[in-house]
Write a new protein. Sequence first.
Lengths: 339, 309
Amino acid sequence: MSMHEKQLNNDLFQPAVRSSDDAEKITKESTSFWQDARRRLFENKGAVAGLIIIVAILLLAFLGPLFSHNGFDDQDTSRTNLPPRIPVLENVGFLGLDGVDIRGVDQYKMKNQKDNYYWFGTDALGRDQFVRVWKGTQISLYIAFLAAAIDMIIGVAYGAISGYYGGKTDNIMQRIIEILIGIPNLIVVILLILILDPGIISITFAMVITGWTTMARIVRGQILKLKNQEFVLASLTLGAKSSRIVTKHMFPNILGSIIITSMFTIPSAIFTEAFLSFIGLGISPPTASLGSLVNEGFKSLQIYPHLVLYPAVIISLIMISFNLLGDGLRDALDPKMRK
Amino acid sequence: MVRFVLKRLLYMLITLFIITSFTFFLMKLLPGSPFNNEEKLTDQQKFILNEKYGLNDPVPVQYLNYMSNLVKGDLGVSFQYDNRPVSTMITERIGPSAVLGVEATIIGTIIGLILGIAAALKHNTSIDYLSSLFAVLGISIPSFVFAGVLQYYVGVKLGWLPVALWDGPKYHVLPALSLSVFVIATVARFMRTEMLEVLGQDYITTAKSKGLSNLVVIWKHTIRNAMIPVVTILGPLAINLITGTLIIEKIFAVPGLGFQFVSSIQLNDYPVIMATTIFYSVCFIIVILIVDILYGVIDPRIRVAGGKG
């Protein structure tokens, strides 16, 4: 420290020229809220990891089935219950990807399938588990997309109308929501499955009926909070129309909450579908869903753990990455978390 | 406040009325007959059975009968299980489900609070990261996957605890644990956020500068304030526990209400389905009511009463 002090003398300093113009200048480029949010999102390692996994699973779900020459429901009793076997990795002993089952028998040799590779093994009917798992993933992703769309369209509109108009409208609309929440989702789905054909259509219907209530409640709450704030009152005083107030003043302020809520609706919707398929009420065979694959796998858990392992890992990965991304988005978009 | 609560109670009754009516008419739309071995019965036998259960009456009459019995607390008799009153079936079956739910809530809340508080106090240390990681995993991994893992490793491989059934305290451990994972994760995560927010408040700095010991600051000023908003996660948690018991009861073969609900649907046992739906709905609505009232008490800014602004 003292070394430096000696080298510093007054000659080195000059008074800064200050003009009134410069004082007003902003040297740093201004960042908009969304630029700022994007930067914060990409700084969050968990969120980035989640995003990468989601993209990877998305690609695999649609490209994966193309790698195999088998369809998702091609049965072949000559190749039942084969353990997973992957080229190259089969030589790495501890991974257990060499086609040897837990009793130590090389099933591929025994069933004359020496030339075939089933990456995730086959199930009790000889169907290629690799194709089935990715087909099931497609269903989960469809549910994710559907949930987000329903949230964005029905939920936001409903909540906004209910919150903005208030009074009687709000009261009636809230009671309707309460009834919808009061009926367990499960009973709606079950009734629809019994009335319609079981399968993806009844699940879609049930989600359209029940899936948007959380979003509607959150949007309503946000609008209620904003409605009495000064900037909205000011705009109202200046004669702005309802449509302008909602789209220009309220919507940008609640967009963050909307994104965050739908990011958390997605994993719970994926879970609901998996849960229904798991208890045997969702996707009907031969179509596969991750939930029904896990359920089928449970029957032979002790002998063929691979049947449970892959769908369980993938559904967990999907859920984890959506949650991580949701967390990241919440931290990035919620101004309260700003430091 | 009293008016607000009374108003909400009235709404609750209206909601219940609509739910019961809605379920009743949807139930009538369902295909299939409520009787076993339908194909073996002659037309006359079917007629007698229908007559006995009042199924030959016009639907509006059936509806009125059902509603007036409901008000008297009579939920009807099961079509499948030898005319047993549905209310007894529910009370018999609710035991294991309720015990499981309470156990999971207690385990989950205690562990969750400890994890959340530890994470907030040791903010940005490995304890924090571990606890957050656990919270994300607990929220994300479906309970049936977790239950399967526990059942396979602890039950089958290690053989420490029974794999399934419901026959004493030992049988409670695995199902309760699987059910509580979600509670642990949710509570831990929520508590951590709240604690961090409270720790940043001015009154904590004041308390510290007054020279209060760390323990007093944390216990009296931080934890107690951070616990208040935890009521807001009660609703989602209760709903999750109810759907959770359906899966967990199936995996661990627990003779609870959820198990019965699913099987009564497969058997078209109308009175049981209706009664269970109404029962679940009452639970949901009461939880929502309590949460709404607590919101109003805690934060007057979000008074849910009217929304007239």
